[in-house]
Design a protein around this ligand. Structure first.
Ligand SMILES: Cc1ncc(COP(=O)(O)O)c(C=O)c1O
Length: 426
């Protein structure tokens, strides 16, 4: 192929416009309009819109309980409290994560212990759970990052060995499955974000699911209005909180609840379109030796927050992952490398004078957040160096996939030029 690379001034291979996201149709418009016209915008109890949302989520996931919340972060904080995490406890979670899943541990008054990912995966390594446990460890967070189900057999068995519950953060994997079981239902509690870039959206919002009555009732405590607490908290263990809980204000708005309910009804359709788009992209790139894709266990189904892939520089004529990504972006691909930054090295988690302005990080029982030296999480380093994420449209987009395939073939045919490209300094 002799086409000029877009990186070198040629035409972009991808010309089809990217479909608008989120996928908002009449259903969401009608649902939101109904709420707005009703004038019933905030709900301190469990009125029509919140109840409809919670019932729909509980039915979809097959759980006893679903609790609508204002955000995924609020759902994780509420979930941690619900499973018994208290100030001075430690919670094991992967450093390769979205930062608010880590910070939610501080919101609960506890200390996050940053763990490495399982080699070649995007989720906490069960071996790290056993390595980093202390007498203060009270929970594990398993995040199904980038939609790929975490190793739940390994995580659940390690957590059982140390006697603590698992909170699943399913914010990247709505509708995904682990060996046939819905993600979010394997641990003690499942938490989801419904923020606008997620697989289904509420604008902002979150939801927590569980089969445990006490966990559900405790989950109300950090962020719900006393009206709702009095309504739903019947167990003696939680009744003392009924007059007032943490008052973090994690109530979901009625508009967000109504939009999320409409979105949930199309989750399977959106995921099927993403799956078909990825299948076409993967098939078309099967002959490209330097791109590979994470393998899923039998019976497992990915959820969606883009489609992660691995890049092997040694099979790409020495073109670095970042330079390859730059060439792809120049061609008009909607993708990126590296994923999330190394949170363990950000100022707030390195400089305790900063962290101390936000959270209590040192407790009388000896629990203390300790900054990690750079390079302490080797698998994390490898993942960050080799991963890429391809955005996946939630509507059928065969032409867009074909153009991306053509773009990558164009790059693959010109690897020497990509490698030798010298960017003009800004
Ligand atoms: C993996 C993960 N967990 C938690 C959250 C927090 O969700 P929210 O932004 O709704 O608070 C996000 C959101 O971006 C996320 O990606």
């Amino acid at each position: 192929m002799t086409e000029q690379l877009a990186l070198l001034g040629g035409d972009k291979a991808v010309t089809v416009p990217w479909p608008r996201y989120p996928v908002i149709d009449q259903e969401e418009v009608c649902a939101a309009t109904r709420v707005v016209m009703s004038g019933f915008l905030s709900d301190c109890g469990r009125g029509e819109y919140v109840a409809a949302m919670e019932d729909a989520f509980a039915a979809y996931f097959g759980t006893q309980y679903a609790l609508g919340l204002a955000s995924g972060t609020g759902a994780i904080h509420s979930g941690l409290f619900a499973i018994g995490v208290k100030p001075g406890d430690e919670v094991l979670c992967a450093n390769h994560n979205w930062i608010s899943a880590i910070q939610a541990v501080f919101h609960a008054g506890a200390v996050p212990v940053l763990c490495d990912v399982k080699p070649g995966s995007f989720s906490i390594d069960p071996a790290e759970i056993l390595r980093k446990v202390t007498p203060r460890t009270k929970a594990v967070i398993a995040t199904h990052l980038w939609g790929i189900p975490a190793d739940m057999d390994g995580i659940l068995s390690a957590a059982a060995k140390i006697g603590v519950p698992v909170l699943e953060d399913v914010s990247h994997a709505h509708g995904g499955k682990y060996k046939g079981r819905m993600l979010g239902t394997l641990g003690a509690v499942g938490c989801f974000s419904l923020q606008g870039s997620k697989a289904i959206v509420g604008g902002e919002g979150g939801v927590l699911i569980t089969n445990d009555e006490l966990i559900y009732q405790r989950a109300l405590v950090p962020g719900n209005h006393p009206q709702r607490l009095r309504l739903d908290m019947m167990r003696d263990e939680v009744k003392p909180f009924a007059a007032a809980g943490g008052m973090h204000m994690y109530r979901i708005s009625n508009v967000a609840a109504a939009i999320s309910t409409a979105q949930l009804a199309k989750l399977d359709t959106l995921n099927a379109a993403r799956e078909a788009n990825l299948a076409r992209l993967r098939d078309g790139l099967a002959d490209v030796p330097f791109i590979s894709w994470p393998a899923l266990d039998a019976g497992s189904v990915r959820g969606w927050y883009g489609a992660p892939a691995f890049y092997d520089e040694s099979k790409a004529a020495g073109v670095s992952r970042d330079r390859f990504v730059q060439a792809c972006q120049a061609e008009g691909l909607n993708m990126f490398g590296e994923g999330y930054c190394d949170w363990s090295q950000i100022p707030v988690l390195q400089d305790m004078r900063l962290l101390g302005q936000l959270f209590t990080y040192k407790h009388a029982n000896g629990a203390e957040f300790r900054p990690l030296p750079a390079g302490s999480l080797p698998n994390n380093e490898v993942i960050k160096r080799t991963m890429m994420v391809f955005q996946m449209p939630a509507v059928p987009s065969p032409l867009l996939m074909d153009q991306q395939i053509a773009a990558i073939h164009k790059i693959a045919a010109n690897l020497d030029a990509v490698r030798d490209f010298v960017p003009v300094e800004a």
